[in-house]
Design a protein around this ligand. Structure first.
Ligand SMILES: Nc1ncnc2c1ncn2[C@@H]1O[C@H](COP(=O)(O)OP(=O)(O)OP(=O)(O)O)[C@@H](O)[C@H]1O
Ligand SMILES: CC(=O)N[C@H]1[C@@H]2OC[C@@H](O2)[C@@H](O)[C@@H]1O[C@H](C)C(=O)O
Length: 376
């Protein structure tokens, strides 16, 4: 950042997200002091080629020390490509690509080298956002909730509301916007609801050679098979008290449950499973949210959105209804978190990840420094 040490004024931050859908890299700028979002800036998307997605897919489940050269190259090249399109960023929040996530086991692994990006771009990079939280007993995910809190405050909301991200995995953030800060007790409850788009995408790839069910067109032609849905809901995960998080493929059983169904019924049933997982999640909230704002690619699936609206007692709307950009909210979140890390502010707390105490997770790499300072 160009500002002097100890400065707390707003800066332009650039954030990236390469999510579990493995479809591409989102990048977006915001101007923030790490608490309030002053304004949003430009954004860009760099799609992975089919070959790049295949390389990343082959790397899923792998840990540092494994041979990940090809996947690391894909992540570096795609991020450099999209980040080079921006001017004026004073700090970059680089999420990397999650390859494996076992917070109660081997840890969490986001592929990518923030130090190399800082050198290549000449801008400080904050990265490895999740490890410090996991080391302190947290789930390491979800991390967007502190940003959701800032968004809720910007709306002037006075009653609890929730953000739902329908990416590869689904995650929910319940917010009490009357609390002064995100780390205050009772301000946030956040967790992964269950699978969202990833298993539907896998079905579409396997059966139709397509990356996803565009507009929910296939699901709209099918019928939901209740028996399969009930078996799905027997999964212990839904009863588990949050915070809790998932790896992309933790629910691979979904594909097995629809194995015998025709394509349309399988798509409809899997879409209903993703919606039902959210409904189960909402039951864990301390109070019913007065509205549910949906971000992530799943908000573009009208079948999924209609199932949610039918099963919940509050309005279910894309975040655009509240003036946000649902394609870029997560990238903006990592811009926001980068500024918080630079300023020594926490990025997660017991209500969002189950971490023992509020923690600022992330490494800071400055251009040319070739050394990393760990925060948190
Ligand atoms: N028009 C559409 N119709 C139906 N589904 C869509 C549409 N557009 C996107 N999607 C779904 O959204 C997915 C992408 O969502 P998103 O970019 O939010 O995921 P992600 O950021 O990779 O995941 P995560 O948040 O889990 O890390 C696509 O893979 C697809 O399944
Ligand atoms: C370990 C990991 O990468 N988790 C992702 C994933 O994708 C959605 C959901 O699972 C969420 O927990 C998280 O991403 C969002 C951006 C988050 O941290 O808020």
């Amino acid at each position: 950042m160009t500002r002097g040490k100890g400065s707390t004024g707003p800066v332009w931050a650039l954030g990236t997200m390469s999510g579990t859908s493995l479809d591409g890299v989102d990048a977006a700028m915001i101007r923030t002091d790490g608490e309030t979002v002053i304004e949003t800036g430009p954004s860009a998307y760099r799609e992975y080629t089919t070959e790049e997605t295949a390389t990343l897919r082959a790397a899923l489940g792998h840990w540092p020390g494994d041979d990940l050269e090809a996947a690391a190259h894909v992540v570096h090249r795609a991020h450099l490509d999209v980040l080079s399109r921006f001017d004026g960023a004073e700090v970059i929040g680089f999420h990397g690509q999650t390859l494996a996530h076992e917070p109660r086991g081997r840890g969490t692994h986001q592929l990518g080298d923030g130090a190399a990006l800082a050198d290549a771009l000449g801008v400080p990079v904050v990265w490895d956002f999740r490890s410090a939280d996991v080391r302190l007993g947290g789930e390491g995910a979800p991390l967007a909730p502190f940003y959701h809190f800032a968004c809720a405050r910007s709306l002037g909301a006075e009653a609890p509301l929730a953000f739902l991200n329908l990416g590869g995995v689904g995650n929910l953030t319940w917010i009490d916007p009357r609390k002064p800060g995100p780390a205050d007790e009772g301000a946030l409850l956040a967790f992964d609801t269950g699978p969202a788009n990833a298993p539907i995408n896998d079905l579409m790839t396997e059966r139709r050679g397509m990356p996803y069910d565009e507009g929910g067109a296939l699901a709209a032609r099918g019928r939901v098979v209740e028996g399969a849905l009930e078996l799905f809901l027997e999964e212990g995960y839904f009863l588990k008290v949050p915070p809790k998080s998932l790896d992309r493929d933790d629910f691979s059983l979904m594909l097995d449950l629809v194995r015998e169904l025709d394509d349309a019924d399988a798509a409809a049933t899997m879409t209903a499973m993703s919606a039902a997982a959210v409904m189960r999640g909402i039951e864990h909230c301390p109070a019913p949210p007065e509205r549910l704002l949906v971000t992530g690619g799943g908000r573009k699936n009208p079948v999924l959105m209609a199932m949610l609206a039918a099963g919940l007692d509050c309005p279910v709307e894309p975040v655009e209804a509240a003036g946000f950009d649902g394609d870029m909210l997560e990238a903006q979140a990592f811009a926001y978190l980068a500024v918080r890390v630079m300023r020594g502010l926490p990025t997660s707390c017991p209500g969002t990840t189950g971490v023992r105490a509020a923690v600022g997770g992330g490494e800071i790499s400055r251009p040319g420094a070739h050394s990393r300072r760990r925060i948190g």
